[in-house]
Design a protein around this ligand. Structure first.
Ligand code: ATP
Ligand code: MG
Length: 324
């Protein structure tokens, strides 16, 4: 298992049976550039992850660019495609926020299931991180977007559970879009009011290890506060260029997440941002921000000196990452 890859629940097969969604046949329509899937003409590949492959495509009916996600054939979820993708489409499809990638449609043709969504022209945030870190103003600016989008999802009872730099796109206009609700989960009724609860099955580790909260690594339920932990990791990475917890193996990294206290390099990160990150990264979930809008409130109080200059420098890396 690669440390940066999403870990999917081991009990997906039984969940698929419970959901009564059809398993996809082993032989299914091939998706290649130039082929057509439903009303979408497939273009070049945009990216791939542990579960999906995403292509740019053309919607022939509405005459617009879209992004099409299909199941990665190499993934062990490849036989569960339809249920998995439909679940992702339903969860993300209920959200409407400028910082969340909009889902348009979900479908299946000749055994090949797909999601059609907004095409985000830009670069994953993971390619825009710098080894020396980005100025605090820029990290704060993007932290506000992420916490606002998460607040929207949480208020509608949805946990993302896989917030990480690779699941966030930055556009050339400087906007930010959260992608990939493949591991998202609906909170139990009333859980939005009691944010320590979720409907995540106890005992299953779901998410990407370097971004997982200590309680999730222990197999406890994910919650609004475990998503907030992941935002803390993301902000730390953006501001310092480092991961707050070190470890080359799953065991060492998990151990560091559960036991070590991150240090904040004073020359790389402003005090108020460090305080906000520190509160996101409390080992005890009850000491973290209870809601994403509380984090947003604190980030809104952090000044953004020189943001325009930071953004200009950022755009330079951005153009290079698009050209690569
Ligand atoms: P993971 O390994 O996190 O589970 P995944 O298999 O679910 O990932 P995604 O994260 O949804 O796949 O997509 C993989 C990559 O495809 C993204 O990192 C991004 O580069 C690209 N991508 C995904 N959706 C879009 C989109 N709507 N517009 C442009 N590019 C996209
Ligand atoms: Mg992803």
């Amino acid at each position: 298992m690669l440390l940066g890859q999403s870990v999917v629940p081991l009990n997906m097969q039984s969940r698929q049976k419970r959901s009564r969604l059809p398993l996809l046949p082993y032989r299914r329509k091939k998706v290649i550039t130039g082929s057509q899937l439903g009303r979408y003409v497939i273009g070049p590949e945009l990216g791939r992850g542990a579960t999906g492959v995403v292509y740019r495509a053309w919607d022939v009916r509405l005459e617009r660019k879209v992004a099409i996600k299909v199941i990665n054939q190499q993934s062990r979820l490849s036989l569960l495609g339809w249920g998995w993708l439909l679940r992702e489409a339903r969860l993300a499809g209920g959200l409407n926020h400028p910082c969340i990638c909009t889902v348009y449609d979900a479908g299946e043709e000749d055994g090949q299931a797909y999601i059609a969504m907004e095409y985000v022209e830009g670069s994953p945030l993971s390619l825009l991180l710098m080894p020396t870190g980005r100025p605090s103003a820029l990290a704060t600016h993007y932290g506000r977007f992420v916490s606002s989008a998460l607040d929207h999802a949480h208020a509608r009872g949805i946990l993302h559970r896989d917030i990480k730099a690779a699941n966030i796109m930055v556009t050339a206009q400087g906007e930010l879009k959260i992608l990939d609700f493949g591991l998202a989960k609906r909170l139990r009724m009333g859980a939005a009011l009691h944010p320590l609860q979720s409907s995540t099955d106890v005992g299953h580790v779901v998410g990407t290890i370097p971004y997982l909260a200590p309680e999730v690594l222990r197999g406890e339920r994910a919650s609004v506060r475990s998503d907030i932990w992941s935002v803390g990791i993301l902000l730390y990475e953006m501001a310092t260029g480092l991961h707050p917890f070190q470890g080359q193996t799953v065991f060492d990294l998990s151990n560091a997440i559960m036991t070590s206290i991150p240090s904040f390099p004073a020359n790389r990160i402003c005090k108020r941002l460090a305080q906000a990150i520190g509160r996101c990264l409390q080992k005890d979930p009850s000491r973290r921000y209870p809601h994403a809008h509380d984090l947003l409130g604190d980030l809104s109080a952090v000044g953004l000196p020189g943001l325009t200059i930071c953004w200009r420098q950022f755009k330079g890396t951005f153009r290079r990452s698009l050209a690569a």
